[in-house]
Write a protein that binds this ligand. Structure first.
Ligand code: NAD
Ligand code: IPM
Ligand code: MN
Length: 374
């Protein structure tokens, strides 16, 4: 594996601006299903326009392949990704023809769990006031990041059903929280806060841990104790806490108060769709699934959106901003800056898809950004 991989900084590090672009990197591209295919086609176009020193290899993992030959992840697929690639770019998984969603579980959650990509980094940034449904909110007011634990919680599939189909049916879904898992995401959040500044250049100052420890006392207790212990090592950073229900209310009442948020897998999933709403909707939100020093995976926050798939209406900007995040992670700072600037210009000039007020199709919006980058 490359020794120049950006181990500690995760993504969006402002400190490393101006550094020279990195050596050639290998990127696996897995478009997946539905609008995943459409937005990734545009994201790839933008990578090529940026002339980053990368080699792209596409994989057909997804519903079509599963329905054709029963394969979700080919044998040794995750070992191959870790061995042969520096990063993975993913679209989305989910297809109405696959009722069990088994392929999404095995591919997407498989990558997160089996490659141990424990930090799901979801930046929340408003590019233009017109995109935010809240009144009086400007871009500088929405600049926070959610660090979602990505390898445990209720996503481990621990549990089961008993007496299915009878009036006595029982279903359990266990919430698994390990000391190691909780500690490493909390530590990642404090490190992230130390190493990243806000977009206006001011330092990040606060890590807020979000849980439901008033009701879920066992898991919450572990998160509370761990958060307190880890925070002692970061005296410059203010450690705050909020229950997840209160946080949802605060996020729509005043997003200015948030800086770095650390939370568990499910709360992180839910609050980042809410946070995407502040950015203009799911079409605008980017994310990275990171294990420092290992091959990490980057994907837009949205899903495969079956009702709008194949219609050339999906917003490709979440996927394109995801590419910028991935390139920054791979130390292609200049290329990442260029892509982010082009998306910002597209938003300001309304060269966008309809969901955020423009009139362009997916391809045309992607092409506009690509030509701006070129
Ligand atoms: P979704 O994100 O696909 O769609 C939610 C809403 O947002 C829909 O109204 C959709 O039209 C809109 N939307 C999403 N992305 C958009 C874009 N780029 N441009 C414009 N509008 C966009 O979530 P869902 O409807 O709950 O799920 C659909 C399928 O996707 C399900 O199978 C779900 O499991 C899957 N899913 C996959 C991922 C992933 O692979 N990372 C993430 C979320 C959902
Ligand atoms: C996401 C998605 C996934 C999740 C689903 C598809 C399992 O909603 O990436 O946000 O819950 O993590
Ligand atoms: Mn989600």
């Amino acid at each position: 594996m490359s020794s120049t991989k950006n181990d500690k900084k995760g993504t969006q590090s402002r400190k490393s601006q101006g550094r020279k672009s990195a050596e050639k990197k290998r990127i696996a591209v897995i478009p997946g299903d539905g609008i995943g295919k459409e937005v990734i086609a545009q994201a790839v176009k933008v990578i090529q326009a940026a002339s980053a020193n990368v080699e792209l290899t596409e994989f057909d993992w997804g519903a079509d392949r599963y329905l054709r030959d029963g394969t979700t992840v080919p044998a040794d697929g995750f070992a191959m990704l870790a061995r042969d690639f520096d990063a993975i770019l993913v679209g989305a998984f989910g297809d109405p023809r696959v009722k069990t969603n088994i392929h999404a579980k095995e591919i997407l959650l498989g990558m997160r769990f089996k490659m141990d990509l424990y930090a799901n980094v979801r930046p929340v940034r408003l590019l233009d006031a017109a995109l935010c449904p809240l009144k009086g909110i400007e871009p500088k007011d929405v600049d926070f990041v959610v660090l979602r634990e990505n390898t445990e919680g209720v996503y481990t599939d621990a549990g089961g059903v008993f007496k299915q189909g009878t009036p006595d049916e029982i279903a359990t879904q266990e919430d698994i929280n390990t000391r190691k898992g909780v500690e490493r995401i909390i530590r990642y959040a404090f490190q992230y806060c130390e190493e990243h500044s806000k977009l206006d250049g001011s330092p990040r100052k606060t890590v807020l841990m979000c849980d439901k420890s008033n009701a879920m006392t066992h898991a919450g207790g572990l998160w509370q104790r761990t958060f307190k212990e880890v925070s002692v090592g970061y005296p410059r950073i203010t450690a705050q806490h909020m229950y997840v229900d209160a946080l949802c209310m605060q996020m729509v009442r005043d997003p200015r108060q948030f800086d770095v948020i650390a939370t568990n897998n499910m709360f992180g999933d839910i609050i980042t769709d809410l946070a995407a709403g502040l950015q203009g909707g799911l079409g605008m939100a980017a994310s990275g699934n990171i294990h420092p020093g290992r091959t990490s995976m980057f994907e837009p926050v949205h899903g495969s959106a079956p009702p709008i798939a194949g219609k050339n209406v999906a917003n490709p900007f979440g996927a394109i901003l995801t590419v910028a995040m991935m390139l920054r992670h791979l130390e292609f700072e200049k290329e990442a800056d260029k892509i982010e600037a082009a998306v910002l210009a597209a938003v300001r000039e309304k060269k966008t898809t309809q969901d955020i007020g423009g009139t362009l199709g997916t391809k045309e919006a992607g092409e506009w950004v690509a030509s701006r980058v070129r």
